[in-house]
Structure formats: structure tokens, C-alpha cells
Design a protein around this ligand. Structure first.
Ligand code: OKP
Ligand code: ZN
Length: 339
């Protein structure tokens, strides 16, 4: 399979606020090193992505958010004069449409929803490289029809129209879906099988019917991102009926998870979608430090086979997965299902 991966991911090496401590983020550069090694060993062809079309990013994200992300590090450094990472710590009240402050720290709160992300000198370059991999994978799918994998890092599915959070800055899967539409597909389905709900992708396409969003994930009543991912969220306005959430109890096993994937696949089969984006997080794996599901490596092969049997042109975009010692074989297993 054609794989797109940029070395620029390495320029983002973050800290996260976790249980009261600032720690090195589990969303580490090593994740990509290990996936790349496994995929090369399995005979996949890894190429660097082309240059990101920033107009494509603006189809998905607010212009003021793109401007904020690209400039925030320089502004933070100018204001504080050192190399501490930029992080938010205050967010708007739920009750009013918030002002957008002028201040750097105010804007960090306005444009985020979680404190598990830090922004450093290379964050923008890494986030745009991740989006470029998704864009190039979509281009390759549109021209060849062959399933293609974007090894995007940092991940993207939590990034909303104008907020970062959950280790995500630009929504790579949404960017891939939009690119496929730009290539002339009239409807695209995004199936998100990361352990966590794809709240950002849901947010971006919530009022649209040209992109069906489906997510299988841990029940947000008990798991991040807490405030979205419920089964009553079904889309709005023109998008009514075009969002499907399938939350599962903590500790779900392969039989529960695979039944949910079947349901997701049935919705896609029913949607007239002309292309598919799989937002793939390997954090459903039994040993994942963030997850509670008990999916095993071999199960990802069968999952890939199921999704491949939809016979749609398919972009697979990397999302989470933090059991780094196994992440390479888990990604290789999912791709194996597409052979
Ligand atoms: C990103 B993706 C635990 C903090 C958890 C939120 C999880 C983000 C998951 N120390 N932070 O969906 O894999
Ligand atoms: Zn996840």
C-alpha cells in the first residue's frame, strides 16, 4: 500500500497536563518511528507528502483559527521571552457566545477545549505535515482508486472547526474527506474507530449531508472527550441523520467492538458514499495505556477486511494508539486486511 509520512512530525514533542502533573505526552514521536519500521518491513512503500494546500485547511477550519495556530508560538515567545510551551488554562463559560480575546493566553483558551496539548516551536510545522499526509493520501486514492494510508502525527480527530484538544490541532481525517469531495466525489463517509469519540470530525460536518460521520468509541459518560459522542447526536439542519455515534461500555471486548463496526459499515453501505475515510486509532488495543478495550492484533486484520469489503476508494488516517511497542504491528494488521 502507498503510505504518506513526513519527518516533520518530529518537530512536535509535547507535554500534557495529566492527573495534576505536567508530563511528557504519551503522543510521542516514537509512535511514528515504530509504525514506519513495521510498514517498511511489511513491504509498504513510504513517500513524503506534497505541499499542503492551505485553502483546503480553510475549508475545514476557521480562518482565524488557522491564523492563530500558525502564529501563536511566536506571539507566546514574544510575550513571555522564554521557551516554555504554550498551554491554555482558562475556557469560556458555556452560557454565552464568548468574546475572542486579543491576548495570547485568552486566545489559547478560546481556541481549545482541553489541557492535554502544548504548543512549541515546531507544532505548526508538524500539524501541517500531518495534514499534508492526509491530503496526499486523498489525492492518491482519487487518482488510483487504491487504498492509501496517511501516517499523520499529531493526530486530528478531536480538532474542531476552531479548537485544538486531545493532542489534535488540524483535523487530518476531515481534510482527507474534504479533499475527496474536491476531487468530485459527491459524498464521503468517515468511519472513526479510535478508542475515543471523534468529536472534532463530528463538529466540522454536523450540519452537512455530503460527509457522513460515524464513530465507534468508549462511552463519553466515562471517557474523554466527555461532552460529545452520545448516541442522540445525529446531526442538525441539512446534516440531520448524517452523524452516527456508537458508544460502547468501558472494557468492551472484540465481540462488542466488531458488532459496532458491522453497524458502522452497514450505515456506510446505506449512504451512497463514493469514498471512505477510516480514522484509525490503535488505542482500542488490549495493552493501550489510555484505553480499556481488549482488541488484539489479529482482530485488526479482520477489521481491515470488513472495511475493505465496502469496496470504496479508501483513505486510512492515523489517529491515536499509545502502546508504542505494539503500534507498528497493529497498524500493519489493519492494512493487511486491505491486501
Ligand atoms: C487522543 B486520541 C491522560 C490524558 C488523556 C485525552 C486523550 C486524547 C486521546 N493522561 N488525554 O483520540 O487518541
Ligand atoms: Zn484515541
Amino acid at each position: 500500500m502507498q503510505v504518506f509520512s513526513s519527518d516533520n512530525h518530529r518537530r512536535h514533542d509535547a507535554v500534557e497536563l495529566s492527573r495534576g502533573k505536567l508530563q511528557v505526552s504519551v503522543e510521542s514521536p516514537r509512535r511514528v518511528d515504530i509504525i514506519r519500521r513495521s510498514l517498511s518491513e511489511a513491504g509498504h512503500d513510504v513517500a513524503a507528502p506534497g505541499e499542503l494546500d492551505i485553502a483546503l485547511v480553510r475549508q475545514i477550519h476557521a480562518a482565524e483559527y488557522v491564523e492563530f495556530l500558525s502564529g501563536i508560538w511566536a506571539r507566546w515567545q514574544a510575550q513571555f521571552g522564554d521557551d516554555t510551551p504554550a498551554m491554555p488554562f482558562a475556557w469560556p463559560s458555556r452560557h454565552a457566545a464568548p468574546e475572542r480575546p486579543k491576548d495570547v493566553v485568552g486566545q489559547l483558551g478560546y481556541h481549545s477545549f482541553a489541557a492535554d496539548c502544548s504548543i512549541g516551536e515546531g507544532t505548526w510545522d508538524a500539524a501541517t505535515a500531518a495534514a499534508a499526509a492526509a491530503q496526499s493520501a486523498a489525492d492518491h486514492v482519487a487518482t488510483t482508486g487504491e487504498a492509501t494510508y496517511a501516517l499523520s502525527r499529531p493526530p486530528g480527530h478531536h480538532a474542531t472547526h476552531d479548537q485544538f484538544g486531545g493532542y489534535c490541532f488540524l483535523n487530518n481525517s476531515a481534510i482527507a474527506a474534504q479533499r475527496l469531495l474536491n476531487h468530485g466525489r459527491s459524498r464521503v463517509a468517515v468511519v472513526d474507530i479510535d478508542y475515543h469519540h471523534g468529536n472534532g470530525t463530528q463538529d466540522i460536518f454536523y450540519r452537512r449531508s455530503d460527509v457522513l460521520t460515524v464513530s465507534v468509541h468508549a462511552d463519553p459518560m466515562s471517557e474523554f472527550p466527555w461532552f460529545a459522542g452520545y448516541d442522540h447526536e445525529r446531526g442538525a439542519a441539512a446534516g440531520e441523520g448524517w452523524n452516527l455515534n456508537i458508544p460502547l461500555s468501558l472494557g468492551a471486548d472484540y465481540s462488542a467492538w466488531s458488532a459496532a463496526i458491522d453497524k458502522a459499515a452497514a450505515r456506510v453501505a446505506d449512504s451512497n458514499a463514493e469514498a471512505l475515510v477510516i480514522a484509525f486509532g490503535a488505542d482500542t488495543f488490549v495493552d493501550d495505556p489510555l484505553g480499556t478495550f481488549s482488541i488484539e492484533t489479529q482482530n485488526y486484520v479482520e477489521t481491515g477486511e470488513k472495511l475493505a469489503s465496502l469496496t470504496l476508494p479508501t483513505v486510512i488516517v492515523q489517529e491515536g494508539g499509545y502502546a508504542v511497542q505494539s503500534i507498528g504491528e497493529n497498524v500493519a494488521a489493519l492494512l493487511e486486511g486491505f491486501r
